[in-house]
Design a protein around this ligand. Structure first.
Ligand code: TXA
Ligand code: MG
Length: 337
């Protein structure tokens, strides 16, 4: 199969592919998604096949307008109105009880469905033109970092999918925040573009699921199936280093001469002797979020074997960064006092 690159002018070809039950990679403000008609089980199966994704890991359904949600869920809880008013369109995914029209292939056999209204103008235009709810996981091969450019998608899925809609580099760079409204209290299952602090301003009772920061025990069932899979992992071994600026450089420089890299801040570059993969100025966590996945991909292209990453703050968007990095690192953190 030849994979074609589409843009806003040629987008209609992608719309036709979706209407005929095919898959198209689309840009969103978070990461690129691999989309298909959420109401067509056969189309959904093609998504799982292309990505090599386990069938029990449910997909997010993307719609263009709030009204489109009504038929997808049993009821819209009051908290969903509150969240939608504040954060949609945007990088927030809300889990609600699903209606019968959502196929089991989308929900991974659960009785819930994850829904998001993305902000990216081209994504919204594409969904509107399709006139369908679009299920879309991140458009990477399962287990790889999510794609934040059309080229990343091409690197993973060239020849496997018919088309990629190029909408430029994603502005957020990490996936959406996933919150469920089907538990006793609203619970964040995956931190992302909308922060815990932002949500707490409108939903005081919100909590963070324990699997966000810790490894799930083997016998414990994840509320969000995605959390049990190894994620965001480059081929290189990732180690998080929790230390001061000087201790970080000192530690990393011990490995000078080996095939080692550093996921560091711009300010570190001049003090580090191994290959550097800077993610932005130290204080600019939004840039860190935007750049992390691209750097993880470069690390693989450079065939780096081990990479030392600076430890995110765990506050604001830093929590999402930490959540992704700790999984890439297989939960390995070195603390240097
Ligand atoms: O930003 C994003 O969310 C991107 C863009 C394309 O929208 N999508 C994305 O999808 O990251 P994906 O499939 O890579 O991650 C969705 C996560 C998975 O961890 C999945 O297990 C969880 O959401 N999820 C989906 N539906 C769920 C449900 N009904 N209950 C619990 N978790 C669910
Ligand atoms: Mg994903």
């Amino acid at each position: 199969m030849k994979t074609i690159l589409l843009n806003e002018e040629t987008m209609q070809k992608g719309v036709e592919i979706i209407k005929q039950g095919g898959v198209v990679a689309i840009p969103t403000e978070t990461v690129y998604g691999l989309s298909a008609n959420a109401l067509n089980p056969q189309a959904i199966k093609s998504i799982f096949q292309a990505k090599g994704r386990p069938m029990d890991n449910p997909l997010i359904v993307h719609v263009a307008n709030f009204d489109d949600i009504k038929k997808l869920v049993l009821e819209i809880p009051n908290d969903a109105y509150i969240l939608a008013k504040k954060f949609w369109p945007g990088p927030l995914t809300i889990i609600m009880k699903k209606s019968d029209i959502i196929p089991n292939e989308v929900s991974g056999g659960l009785n819930t469905v994850a829904i998001r209204i993305p902000k990216h103008p081209l994504a919204r235009k594409f969904i509107s033109e399709c006139g369908l709810p679009l299920a879309a996981p991140s458009a990477n091969i399962s287990g790889k970092p999510s794609p934040t450019t059309a080229n990343h998608v091409l690197n993973d899925l060239n020849g496997v999918i018919p088309a990629i809609l190029d909408g430029g580099a994603c502005t957020v760079g990490l996936e959406s925040t996933v919150i469920t409204l089907t538990t006793e209290k609203p619970t964040i299952l995956r931190p992302g573009g909308i922060t815990f602090e932002q949500i707490k301003e409108v939903l005081e009772d919100v909590k963070i699921d324990s699997a966000v920061l810790c490894k799930l025990e083997d016998d414990k069932k994840a509320i969000s199936p995605g959390m049990k899979y190894k994620h965001y992992s480059p081929n290189a071994k990732v180690v998080i280093v929790n230390s001061s600026d000087t201790e970080y450089s000192k530690y990393v420089n011990n490995f000078h001469g080996d095939n080692v890299g550093a996921i560091c801040y711009d300010e570190d570059v001049n003090t580090i002797m191994v290959k550097t993969y800077p993610i932005g100025r130290k204080k600019d966590e939004e840039s860190h979020a935007k750049n992390l996945f691209a750097r993880l991909r470069e690390i693989d292209e450079d065939k780096i074997e081990k990479v030392f990453a600076r430890c995110p703050s765990k506050e604001g968007i830093g929590l999402a960064l930490y959540n992704r990095l700790i999984r890439a690192a297989g939960f390995e953190v070195i603390d240097i006092a």
